[in-house]
Design a protein around this ligand. Structure first.
Ligand code: GDP
Ligand code: MG
Length: 291
């Protein structure tokens, strides 16, 4: 039996969350075309009885820290670097290869790395071949795999390559488990995802979601969550005129959460203003951004 930790690194939008969700077959990591959607580390397990257990971790995209929230995100990336058996370095194959190379080199990884050339569905075959040639010469690159997280192409090849590099060992988690994070976390992520989907560029970056109540009753689950913003003007936008936007968020989030929990829920949302929460150490902690 083989088991170990595998982390997925790469610039925002490379497709890390999409890959993780597709591999595990559940929507664990929120996916969005906007950058920096993933703020936490998410662990997810892929187990094949008597063969392997791969513990995947999705990381926030690699970025330059611009404010405290970013610093937290980078330290999540670094902590991921230190406890991994195999690193998956993912690029969007349409991205600038030199920039990606500089980024990967700067991480100074000592673990075996597989370079994933993602979104192969969006380029010509020749581009894939060229990219493979380009990355195969790099010191950190043990192997390249071109794939599509979206269409799930070349997943078998990826899993085989990972299992080859994993150490022998027993599974860390039960076969039936998919993740180590509490349900509450996924609920807040799903609400956050709806905010990403419904609003323009600005709002989501000033927003976080805190689930205050998660009570399982006989026929449904009662959930109360706060949407935290930095300014009154943002609160007004989230509420919308006559409260139509918050209603929309609530409706869409409820559908998604019910699908995830396979249970009826009652969802209550409040919008609260907490000036500069992104720069406040105590508040970041309260909202779950600790390392
Ligand atoms: P992350 O920031 O690295 O976690 O990236 P996401 O998983 O959130 O994906 C960013 C965007 O790229 C989303 O719009 C995805 O649908 C899209 N995407 C991810 N993988 C693929 C792929 O293989 N092909 C194409 N065409 N798009 C993809
Ligand atoms: Mg992500």
């Amino acid at each position: 039996m083989k088991s170990g930790f595998v982390n997925i690194f790469g610039k925002p939008n490379a497709g890390k969350s999409t890959l993780l969700n597709a591999l595990i077959g559940e929507k664990l990591a929120i996916v969005s075309p906007k950058v920096q959607t993933t703020r936490h580390r998410i662990k997810a397990f892929l187990t094949k009885k008597n063969e392997y257990q791969i513990i995947f971790s999705d990381t926030p995209g690699i970025i330059e820290p611009k404010y405290k929230l970013h610093e937290k995100m980078m330290s999540a990336v670094k902590s991921a670097l230190e406890d991994t058996d195999v690193a998956l370095l993912m690029i969007d194959i349409r991205d600038n290869w030199n920039e990606c190379d500089e980024l990967f080199s700067s991480l100074r990884l000592k673990v075996p790395c597989i370079v994933l050339l993602n979104k192969m569905d969006s380029v010509k075959k020749e581009t894939v071949v060229e990219a493979e040639k380009y990355f195969q010469t790099k010191d950190y690159c043990k192997k390249t795999i071109a794939l599509s997280a979206l269409t799930q192409k070349n997943f078998d090849e990826l899993i085989n390559a990972i299992v080859d590099l994993l150490p022998n060992g027993f599974p860390f988690y039960d076969e039936g488990e998919l993740t180590d994070l509490p349900t509450k976390f996924f609920v807040s992520e799903m609400i956050r995802e709806k905010i990403y989907e419904l609003f323009g560029d600005e709002i989501p970056y000033h927003t976080t979601v805190l689930v205050n109540e998660f009570k399982e009753k006989t026929t449904l689950v009662k959930i109360q969550a706060d949407i935290i913003v930095q300014r009154e003007t943002q609160k007004a936008i989230l509420l919308g005129s006559g409260g139509q936007m918050i209603k929309k968020i609530g409706m869409q989030a409820r559908q998604e959460i019910e699908q995830f929990l396979e249970q009826k829920i009652f969802l209550e949302l409040f919008v609260k203003v907490r000036p500069k929460w992104r720069d406040n150490e105590a508040q970041l902690k309260e909202y779950g951004y600790n390392d």
